[in-house]
Design a binder for this molecule. Structure first.
Ligand SMILES: *Cc1c(COP(=O)(O)O)cnc(C)c1O
Length: 479
């Protein structure tokens, strides 16, 4: 902190002049008296505004002592206002997703259905029989309802919900394989992102990784040759967000199941996305479903709640009753368990599948199944509401599922395009326009591509059209 000591700064400014400049910083009481802060002093307790002003002044002093130029009082007031604005506006307030990436991890993955959000909010604000059996009045299991729903939907004997899929995989390996060997194909000893690497998760669980095959080709005989008395399981990991193409080979899950069961091993499948519906009817590649993995013979399947399932963040472990019970009894299960709102949200989301209404109710599936003409019509109505600004266009776009599902697969879509020239006509570069949209109210996340700013209609929720038009007007300075 040498710079804070007068006289030791690298700048050779004489001491009296430095003191002179520091005296130009207004006092805290002078700052609080600025009319710009009046409204804030009505909304915030006095000491909060005071503290923020002190922090800003402290930073300005430090900057001045280390030689930066003068700071005008107006800049100090602006900085105080910005900090107070940030305190006032929750960082996790809604943003309109114009990127065309349906499961956008940076934007919080799947938005949930209205029914799911309502179930979660009600469970959060009231008491609920989370661990109470109503008939007997005794303590009851947290997982009864979700197990019952998944038994019907995917044929799982039993299910357990935890914090996320990373926790699900770690827990399963810890409970079923610690101290023993787990066989994984070299093509599946992978990183999914965000620090989720199969070799590291395995190490963390206390299991020993035994890699077999090669990066592009692995055969059943490779797995068979690696089985020893130490082997606990075969782990299969879905290639969620990359592809290996060309000269490749990978045994079908059913073949691995046959081998595992002949040799008394457990077959664990990390499905990642965990679709309950087939993606193929929508022009996408087929993403393996939870039901398929279980009928192929996987003993345990792990998948996310907030990817293609379209629910809140969760990790779901479905499979054989005896194995799921052992997983649930492991001490780590308590550490990674799902909270009551997640359980209520997953159950509400699963009910949409039960009633065959997922395509119309679950936002992720609504977006996947939205017809092109509908997307085109929405873009046209945005253009009309913007007053047919010259240069605006409705263009073809490619939406993606995202969120570690169906890499390289696209869905034809439509987007509103704002070309660079239109932004320039409003005195903005495309990046400035994008920044204005992101920081506006309502906030919008666009996609900038090939000299145009795009708002892809596939990921804009149906109720957001009015807000989107308002945000675009504001960003272009028209409204
Ligand atoms: C996404 C994914 C994970 C991690 O799931 P989270 O729910 O993000 O914790 C693990 N494995 C695979 C194969 C995935 O696709």
């Amino acid at each position: 902190m040498a710079e804070h000591v007068p006289g030791t700064s690298s700048l050779a400014e004489p001491e009296p002049e430095r003191q002179q400049r520091l005296r130009q910083i207004p006092s805290i009481s002078a700052i609080l008296a600025y009319p710009e802060l009046e409204g804030y002093l009505e909304r915030f307790p006095n000491e909060v505004v005071t503290q923020v002003a002190q922090q800003v002044v402290g930073r300005v002093r430090t900057a001045m002592l280390s030689g930066s130029a003068e700071v005008h009082p107006d800049q100090i007031i602006d900085a105080v206002r910005r900090e107070l604005d940030q305190l006032e506006r929750p960082r996790l307030s809604p943003i309109i997703n114009g990127t065309g990436v349906i499961i956008h991890t940076n934007l919080g993955r799947a938005p949930v259905s209205a029914e799911t959000a309502e179930a979660m909010a009600e469970t959060a604000s009231r008491y609920t029989p989370l661990e109470l059996e109503l008939d007997s009045g005794r303590r009851g299991g947290r997982m009864v309802e979700i197990s019952r729903l998944l038994r019907l939907l995917v044929g799982a004997e039993s299910s357990l919900v935890v914090n996320n899929n990373a926790a699900a995989v770690l827990l399963v390996l810890s409970a079923l394989c610690a101290g023993r060997e787990v066989i994984v194909s070299r093509s599946q000893s992978i990183e999914i992102g965000g620090g989720f690497r199969i070799p590291e998760v395995l190490a963390q669980s206390g299991a020993r990784l035994v890699e077999v095959g090669t990066t592009n080709r692995t055969y059943v005989r490779d797995y068979a040759a690696a089985i020893t008395s130490e082997t606990a399981a075969i782990l299969s990991v879905h290639w969620s967000n990359f592809r290996i193409v060309g000269f490749t080979a990978q045994p079908a899950l059913a073949e691995l199941a046959e081998l595992a069961h002949q040799r008394g091993l457990v077959l664990i499948e990390d499905l990642g996305s965990g679709a309950l519906l087939d993606t193929a009817p929508f022009g996408l590649a087929h993403e393996p479903t939870v039901g398929e993995a279980l009928s192929a013979g996987a003993d345990i399947v792990c998948f996310s709640g907030d990817k293609l399932l379209g629910g809140p963040q969760a990790g779901i472990i479905s499979g054989k009753w005896e194995l799921v019970s052992r997983v649930a009894a492991h001490p780590l299960a308590r550490a990674v368990r799902a909270d009551k709102t997640a359980l209520a949200g997953i159950a509400a989301t699963l009910r949409h599948y039960l009633y065959h209404e997922a395509l119309t109710k679950v936002p992720v599936w609504r977006m996947i199944s939205a017809p092109l003409d509908q997307l085109e019509a929405r873009c046209r109505s945005w253009v009309a509401q913007l007053g047919h600004l010259p240069g605006l266009a409705v263009v073809e776009s490619q939406a993606t599922v995202g969120g570690g599902s169906l890499p390289g697969e696209t869905l034809p879509s439509r987007a509103l395009a704002i070309p660079e020239a239109v932004a320039r006509a409003h005195g903005l570069t495309l990046d400035q326009l994008a920044q204005r949209l992101r920081t506006g109210r309502p906030a919008v996340m666009p996609r900038v591509e090939n000299g145009r700013l795009l708002i892809d209609a596939r990921t804009v929720l149906p109720g957001e059209d009015g807000d989107l038009v308002q945000a675009l007007r504001q960003a272009l300075g028209r409204g």
